[in-house]
Design a protein around this ligand. Structure first.
Ligand SMILES: Cc1ncc(COP(=O)(O)O)c(C=O)c1O
Length: 395
């Protein structure tokens, strides 16, 4: 088998890239996969070598073949200049923000951001002298009106966590770059397969690898990729604190990345089918799924995204807590729990009303977020159908 050159790799379709990225059997005795390297100490053969830190690896925190294999694969997938791995998605958000902020800076964050990111801004960044303003995700280029002299970065997330508002990321990036701001994006929902972040103007992209990269609900992983302008600063920030991901988790993510395009395609079609089925139910007020024509962000999704994933939300017509419990408590296939991106279907109740500051969240009834897994669609519909029937019986 001949080695792929960098030029070969660039020409490959995404699904082919994912099969080959970040591994080189000729460097691992012919074995297909990069093995798990565990280790802190790396030995240098001579005094001169250690004096000049000569050699590909220098110490466990600076990288191992397993970590590097996943970083390289992700860099290729994301169209980035480089990638670092963190032990969770939230840790990835921390390092991404640390890379572009300092005391005295002002940060703009979409009001629809993943809630723990908001808590990070208020609970930690504020303590270190960074002030955050939350903006309406619908603003697009008008977000410029919120720029201050000390605004240095803008954090987007599309679609928004739980509420699925879309954002015009290329327009935001254009006005932000005119002022020299760093544009960040939490791209976990689409992954680089369905939204190539750096090609759309994002400088630093975050992915909770815990979700679709893993695909197994069995690990935590954070991934941050950056373009050529920002990668050296990202790597330096990482090296200063060394929040390293574990080698077994990196290995499992390498296993995950090989099937990621295939799994996403299946999550996409399953979720679209379920979203349309749920939308037609009499108990439902609205389905928030950007790939549905009825969703307010649909035009932006269609213009900028290459596909959709398995996560969407549903706004029910008014229902009492007892009715909601009747729907959710006895579901047999939909588990109730946080996170998503695994093979299994999930549902959680949510309410953004108490913490949004730039937008109002006031749906007519309770809200549910669904993740559609890889189960048979008829089985999933039967489970929900029985739940809705239980709900109707409660008065
Ligand atoms: C959009 C988004 N970003 C980031 C994270 C954080 O990932 P982790 O759970 O690995 O910290 C999550 C987790 O649910 C998420 O939904």
């Amino acid at each position: 088998m001949k080695k792929l050159t960098e030029e070969d790799r660039r020409k490959l379709a995404v699904s082919t890239q994912l099969v080959h990225a970040g591994r080189d059997p000729s460097e691992q005795h012919g074995f297909v996969n990069t093995p798990i390297y565990r280790g802190s100490t790396v030995l240098y053969p001579t005094y001169d070598d250690i004096l000049h830190r000569r050699g590909r690896y220098s110490y466990g925190t600076k990288g191992t073949p397993t970590i590097e294999s996943l970083e390289t694969a992700w860099t290729q997938l994301a169209g980035a200049a480089g990638t670092v791995l963190l032990p969770s998605g939230l840790a990835a958000i921390v390092v991404a923000l640390q890379t572009c902020l300092k005391a005295g800076d002002h940060l703009l964050v979409t009001d629809s951001v993943y809630r723990p990111t908001r808590e990070l801004c208020e609970g930690l960044l504020r303590k270190f002298g960074v002030e955050t303003t939350y903006f309406d995700p619908a603003l697009g280029a008008d977000v410029e009106q919120l720029f201050r002299a000390n605004t240095t970065a803008i954090l987007t997330e599309a679609p928004g966590s739980q509420s699925f508002e879309m954002q015009d990321v290329p327009a935001i990036a254009e006005v932000a770059h005119r002022r020299g701001l760093c544009v960040l994006m939490d791209n976990t929902w689409a992954t680089p397969i369905y939204f190539p972040p750096h090609a759309r103007g994002v400088d630093i992209a975050i992915e909770a690898g815990t979700k679709y990269l893993s695909g197994g609900s069995d690990l935590l992983m954070g991934v941050v990729s950056a373009n050529a302008e920002w990668f050296p600063r990202l790597r330096k920030t990482f090296d200063l604190t060394a929040p390293c991901a574990g080698p077994e988790d990196a290995f499992l993510c390498l296993r995950g990345i090989r099937t990621m395009a295939l799994r996403l395609r299946e999550h996409e079609s399953q979720a679209l089918h379920m979203a349309r089925w749920i939308e037609a139910r009499p108990e439902v007020h609205q389905v928030l799924h950007p790939a549905l024509e009825s969703c307010p962000g649909h035009a932006l999704w269609k213009r900028d995204f290459l596909g959709s994933s398995g996560l969407f939300s549903v706004l029910l017509k008014p229902a009492s807590p007892a009715q909601l419990a009747a729907l959710l408590d006895d579901l047999k296939l939909f588990g109730m729990g946080y996170s998503w991106g695994g093979f299994e279907s999930l549902v959680i109740p949510f309410d953004c009303a108490t913490y949004r500051t730039a937008t109002t969240w006031a749906p007519p009834g309770p809200a549910l977020r669904f993740h559609i897994g890889l189960e048979d669609l008829e089985d999933l519909k039967a489970d929900l159908d029985a739940g809705f029937a239980r709900m109707r019986r409660v008065v």
